[in-house]
Every structure is written in structure tokens, then in C-alpha cells.
Design a protein around this ligand. Structure first.
Ligand SMILES: NC(=O)c1ccc[n+]([C@@H]2O[C@H](COP(=O)([O-])OP(=O)(O)OC[C@H]3O[C@@H](n4cnc5c(N)ncnc54)[C@H](O)[C@@H]3O)[C@@H](O)[C@H]2O)c1
Length: 333
């Protein structure tokens, strides 16, 4: 099956990864519907498609059947990305569970009722907890350390159960940390790369929680969006659980130095080491060999090139660099 010209629903489509997925689906000639309550998503991320007959945005909640049922009518492929994030789960665990776990179950139920052809569930490497060995294949034990990781794992389990119990074509994708333009620098959704870029561009020290030895495998956002589309169209993906990562690992300390050198080469590297964050796992490093072998997915954007593009995005942000720092809250849990 090819995704070209299919009717697709992207939940969380006004968010960081979702909006890039929407761009790609529009490029593939799809009819794209977005369901997003704008809790963290931004209308600006998808406004370029307003006016297209193939595009429809509905502000609504995945927990509300009155929002979900009508938008699923005639949909062939669902990409389910709507969720609340890892830092949010530290302060508001029950609300996080409701959206990530119950919201996923609600969407699966209505997708089945609407006879959706394929359902792609976007999970997260946070379901693993910290690496017990590396690189981490899909068979690595799932020991989430946060309610976010646990609730994403529950959503995965529901997606797999719908494949087993009802024969629905579900696919579980586990992206490792993702970065790129439109990533969140603000509030509890803020992530290390955009937060650090915004700080350096404003002449402030990068904040590192802990000693900076913890390490991540960062994938560029368009590579993740391409992987989600492959999951929505490739016959071998059905019923599978698949990692998306680059197999390239970088420590947070090294990352801070790189960002500093790219964003403000004239400034000395200035890192402010603070107490570790709750729920911050030590190491995540993907083995995405299974996705490559089954469906041919591999990363195409080199980490340094992706980082340069991200720095330029924030340097030229429409709000202006100085305005961004007001949203960057430092400690964000
Ligand atoms: N960013 C990463 O590094 C990363 C890594 C691994 C997995 N993921 C997964 O990718 C997906 C997208 O993440 P993102 O980074 O783009 O986050 P994001 O916050 O930008 O996107 C999530 C979207 O869901 C929306 N949303 C929240 N609650 C909702 C609700 N009840 N109903 C409807 N919409 C709701 C938000 O407004 C937001 O636009 C998530 O499923 C996440 O678990 C992200």
C-alpha cells in the first residue's frame, strides 16, 4: 500500500513531530486531518496548509468521543501522536496517564468502529527506562522510569492488543529523542536542544541537570516523520514494534559544547551544572536494525547538519530571539 492520496488523521498534528508529518503527507497528495487540542501544539506549525481543500484542522481532544468520532469518518490511516510529555508527567501524573493511555484506547476503539485500515501508534524510547545494555533493540526490557514512559507503554500494549484481538493493522513506532525546527523550548514541553539553543543565542549559560554524562541518541525530525509514514504504508510493518534512532550517541556535556560552538562561536562555552532532574534516564541508544531490515528505514540527516538547521531556525524565529527566552523556564518540572 502507498500512502499517496490516502485520507489520513494525525492526532497531535499541530505539535513538533506531528506538524512535520503533516507537511510530508500533504506533499504526498494525502487528504490530511489534524486533531489537536493545542495543549502544546501551535496553530502556526500548520497554518501553511490552511486554505488547501485537502487539509482540515479540528481543535479537539482525543479523550472526547464527540471530537474523535466525526473526524475519523472515511479515514484510512491514523497516525496517533497526541500526548502529554515526560516533564508534565512528573507534576501531573494522572492527567498524563489519562491522555497518553486512556486517550490512545479511546482512539483505537473509534478507529476500529470507523474501519480504519491502519493505525500507527507513536510511542517513545522512554518506555525502556535507562539502557541496561547498548545498542537497545526492541527486545530490550521495558522498565519505564516515569508515568509518561509507563503510559506510553500502556498505549503500545493497547495497539498490539487491537492487532491480536481484532486483526486491526496496528504498528508501534518507538522514536528515540527527536530534534529539529519547531521543537519545544518553552514550558514543561521544553527539550534540551531547543532550550540550550535559545539560551546561547541570548548570551546565557546552558543548563545541564546532573554532571552531563548522561547520553542520548538524537534523530532529526524529518527522519522520524518519514519513518512514521513508512509504518503507515509498508506491508511488513503490520503488527510490529519498531525503533527509530540513529545509533549515534552523544553525552549532554558534549552536546552543550557543540550547541555553543554552532550558535555563538564568538562566546566561550558556558555551562551551568545543576542538580539532576527527576526521572532523567542515564542512557538511551537505539538499535534500529529491525526497521531497516523490514522496511528499509534509515536516518538520512546527519546530526551536525540537523543541529545547524535547528540553530538557524531559532536564530530566524518569527518571534525574535529575545522574545524566546521569556518562554524558556530553565527548571521545567
Ligand atoms: N520529541 C521527542 O523527542 C519524542 C521522542 C520519542 C517519541 N515522541 C513521541 O512523538 C509524539 C509527538 O511528540 P512531540 O515531541 O511532537 O510533542 P508535542 O507536544 O509537540 O505533540 C503532541 C501534541 O499532542 C497535542 N495534545 C496533547 N493532549 C491532547 C489531547 N488530549 N487531545 C488532542 N491533542 C492533544 C498537543 O497539543 C501537541 O500538539 C508523541 O507521541 C511522543 O510521545 C517524541
Amino acid at each position: 500500500m502507498t500512502i499517496d492520496k490516502k485520507i489520513c488523521l494525525v492526532t497531535g498534528g499541530a505539535g513538533f513531530i506531528g506538524s512535520h508529518l503533516v507537511d510530508m503527507l500533504m506533499d504526498r497528495g494525502c487528504e490530511v486531518r489534524v486533531l489537536d487540542n493545542l495543549a502544546n501544539g501551535k496553530a502556526e506549525n500548520i497554518c501553511q496548509h490552511e486554505g488547501s481543500e485537502r487539509f482540515r484542522f479540528q481543535k479537539g481532544d482525543i479523550l472526547n468521543s464527540g471530537d474523535v468520532r466525526p473526524i475519523l469518518q472515511d479515514v484510512e490511516v491514523v497516525f496517533h501522536l497526541a500526548c502529554l510529555g515526560v516533564r508534565h508527567s512528573i507534576a501531573k501524573p494522572f492527567e498524563n496517564h489519562r491522555v497518553n493511555a486512556e486517550g490512545s484506547l479511546n482512539l483505537l476503539l473509534h478507529a476500529r468502529e470507523a474501519k480504519v485500515k491502519r493505525f500507527v501508534y507513536c510511542s517513545s524510547s522512554e518506555i525502556y527506562g535507562t539502557a541496561q545494555y547498548v545498542p537497545m533493540p526492541e527486545s530490550h526490557p521495558a522498565r519505564p522510569e516515569t508515568v509518561y514512559g509507563a503510559s506510553k507503554l500502556a498505549g503500545e500494549a493497547y495497539a498490539r492488543a487491537f492487532h491480536r484481538s481484532y486483526g486491526m493493522e496496528t504498528v508501534v513506532i518507538r522514536p528515540f529523542n527527536t530534534f529539529g525546527p519547531r521543537s519545544h523550548y518553552e514550558g514543561d514541553a521544553g527539550e534540551v536542544i531547543p532550550k540550550s539553543i535559545v539560551r546561547v543565542l541570548n548570551g546565557k549559560a546552558i543548563l545541564v541537570f546532573g554532571d552531563g554524562s548522561h547520553a542520548r541518541d538524537f534523530t532529526f525530525v524529518r527522519d522520524v516523520a518519514r519513518g512514521l509514514i513508512l509504518a503507515g504504508e509498508h506491508p511488513e510493518a503490520v503488527g510490529q514494534t519498531l525503533n527509530i534512532g540513529t545509533g549515534f550517541e552523544i553525552s549532554i556535556r558534549e552536546l552543550a559544547e557543540k550547541i555553543s560552538a554552532l550558535a555563538a562561536p564568538e562566546q566561550p562555552v558556558h555551562v551551568d551544572f545543576q542538580n539532576p532532574r527527576p526521572g532523567d534516564v542515564g542512557r538511551l541508544f537505539a538499535d534500529s536494525g529491525k526497521f531497516r531490515a523490514l522496511c528499509g528505514w534509515k536516518p538520512e540527516v546527519d546530526f551536525n547538519a540537523g543541529l545547524r538547521e535547528t540553530v538557524e531556525y531559532f536564530r530566524n524565529h518569527p518571534l525574535g530571539v529575545a522574545a524566546l527566552i521569556t518562554g524558556e523556564t530553565g527548571r521545567n518540572w
